[in-house]
Design a binder for this molecule. Structure first.
Ligand SMILES: [Fe+2]
Length: 162
């Protein structure tokens, strides 16, 4: 198996998180009744699909490293999905789901910012373009999931038995 550089490892991680985000948005969509929140989650899933596509394209153009990058991404996806399954048990409701999404999106923002920072030294144009595209989208995902969580929290009866 080809050895990955730090830059490639970070590319694999954002790819794995984009794959995990597709599962997370689908699961959380199943927990919410609010149609506008569900619509939001669907849009996020489409953007996660596009992120996966662009990351895979970037992995494609790295000589002989594609398989190793995809394998590392698979590992990251597995870890993120495990976290989701731990956090969202059978009794999880829509608010729990959106809270999980804020953690997942914050994780994506952090990882994309790290990749962008690493690439300041590397100066690879393809990675620069990818992070310029992805980082604002992840930041929007984080603020949108927080907004949605707060909407659901605002509709909750704080004294209801949970
Ligand atoms: Fe996201």
């Amino acid at each position: 198996m080809a050895e990955l550089t730090t830059l490639e490892e970070k590319l694999a991680e954002v790819l794995g998180l984009a794959q995990a985000a597709q599962k997370a948005t689908e699961k959380v969509e199943g927990l919410v009744d609010d149609e506008s929140i569900a619509e939001n989650l669907r849009r996020m899933r489409e953007e996660a699909e596009e992120t996966e596509r662009r990351c895979t394209e970037a992995a494609d153009s790295r000589n002989g490293k594609k398989t190793a990058i995809l394998e590392k991404a698979q590992e990251t996806k597995g870890e993120a999905t495990e976290m989701m399954d731990t956090y969202l048990g059978d009794d999880a409701d829509g608010l729990d789901g959106l809270e999980f999404m804020t953690m997942a999106e914050a994780g994506e923002v952090g990882h994309w910012a790290v990749l962008q920072k690493l690439n300041e030294q590397a100066g690879e144009e393809q990675i620069a373009e990818l992070t310029r595209w992805a980082l604002p989208i992840q930041e929007r995902h984080l603020s949108e999931t927080k907004e949605c969580a707060l909407q659901l929290a605002g509709e909750k009866d704080p004294y209801e038995e949970s």
